[in-house]
Design a protein around this ligand. Structure first.
Ligand code: ZN
Length: 360
């Protein structure tokens, strides 16, 4: 069974409907129901925007630093801070920001009702009871966090990058307002948007397929083409298309698996600390032998939008670092099996993996 987001609103200005969604939750919960707003710290100080969220004086407004992607310790710290300020469970948690902020909202919602620490739930279907009601308001498009049943985090102790994969992790509602992505820096907009494209080209090339996932994936790729092959990827129309692509791409990946790009990207994140979306682009750029058509299309898109990628990031690493890159790539057996079969290590030998990294 596949669970989708419970309800959504989409279109310019739809942010103004958020307060009515939140108030409806206050009524359901009753009493002095409070609301938790987790907001990307990028928006701290943008008071006119923050006012539109409609937080009341006794609600909790907590900014989330998205400089680094979530860690289990970081999630526990935010959760404990919020626990300390609440007597009862909140009526809802609003996650306002990019993938990091939305994933934080999902993880905190699960932890408030399930107890324990974030690391206890890294894996598949370990969350026991539904989390607190939660609403996604994405402010950048591509990761699909608003749609997926996971919230990615790196285990502080083990370095393992794995989310809480659970139906309970899926948002209850979302607000897709393309006005919110108007001020995203161009490079970041491109890298993040490409996450949706990459999820779906990987899913469509894999062996674990289903008709619904394929339909989501095809339309996601189609929308990404319209956005990134257009003259201006950030026109109002393109921003709305990409917001929808991000959501559909998230739905697609919830029913299938990624392929070769994401495992290499994870290696770059774990060993070199690169963010997910730029790491994906660097990985795809070096993986033309696995995705020749999409690789060529990706390069056309980069040129068309005048976006560049850092080069030579893996040229001068130590043997120990290359070994860690290999280990943190080939550990992703599910997507690599999806792409290359159970015998994927005969294709991705240590030598070949290192050779691919050296091209990045
Ligand atoms: Zn991704």
């Amino acid at each position: 069974m596949v669970r989708n987001v419970g309800g959504f609103t989409v279109g310019r200005g739809s942010l103004d409907r958020l307060p009515s969604f939140v108030d409806a939750r206050r009524e359901v919960v009753g009493g002095e129901a409070r609301v938790v707003y987790l907001i990307d710290s990028y928006f701290a100080g943008q008071s006119s925007l923050i006012e539109r969220l409609g937080a009341r004086v006794d609600d909790i407004v907590r900014y989330v630093d998205a400089t680094d992607e979530p860690t289990t310790d970081g999630i526990d710290a935010v959760t404990n801070e919020i626990r300390g300020q609440l007597r009862d469970l909140p009526a809802t948690i609003v996650g306002f920001g990019g993938g990091t902020t939305m994933d934080t909202a999902k993880a905190v919602a699960n932890l408030l009702t399930n107890g324990g620490t974030a690391a206890d739930y890294q894996g598949w279907d370990l969350v026991k009871v539904p989390g607190v009601h939660k609403i996604a308001v994405p402010t950048i498009s591509g990761t699909g966090s608003e749609a997926t049943r996971t919230c990615v985090m790196t285990n502080t102790a083990s370095g393992l990058k794995l989310g809480m994969n659970s139906d309970f992790t899926v948002f209850d509602q979302m607000v897709l307002d393309p006005d919110l992505t108007a001020t995203v820096p161009r490079n970041q907009y491109f890298y993040t948007g490409m996450d949706a494209y990459i999820h779906c080209i990987e899913a469509l090339a894999g062996s674990y397929r289903n008709a619904v996932g394929d339909a989501y994936s095809r339309e996601t790729v189609n929308l990404c083409r319209q956005v990134f092959l257009a003259d201006d990827m950030m026109s109002v129309e393109a921003r709305e298309q990409l917001m929808v692509a991000s959501y559909l791409g998230g739905c697609a990946i919830a029913t299938s698996y990624v392929g070769v790009v994401h495992p290499f990207s994870a290696g770059l994140s774990v060993v070199l600390g690169l963010h997910h979306c730029i790491a994906n682009c660097i990985a795809l750029n070096a993986l033309g032998e696995f995705y020749p058509t999409e690789h060529a299309e990706f390069q056309t898109m980069m040129k068309k939008q005048k976006v560049s990628l850092p080069v030579g990031i893996c040229a001068q690493l130590s043997d120990e670092q290359y070994q860690r890159l290999v280990a943190s790539t080939v550990v992703h057996a599910k997507p690599l099996t999806n792409a290359l079969g159970t015998d994927f290590r005969s294709v991705l030998t240590d030598e070949r993996v290192i050779d691919i990294f050296k091209r990045m």
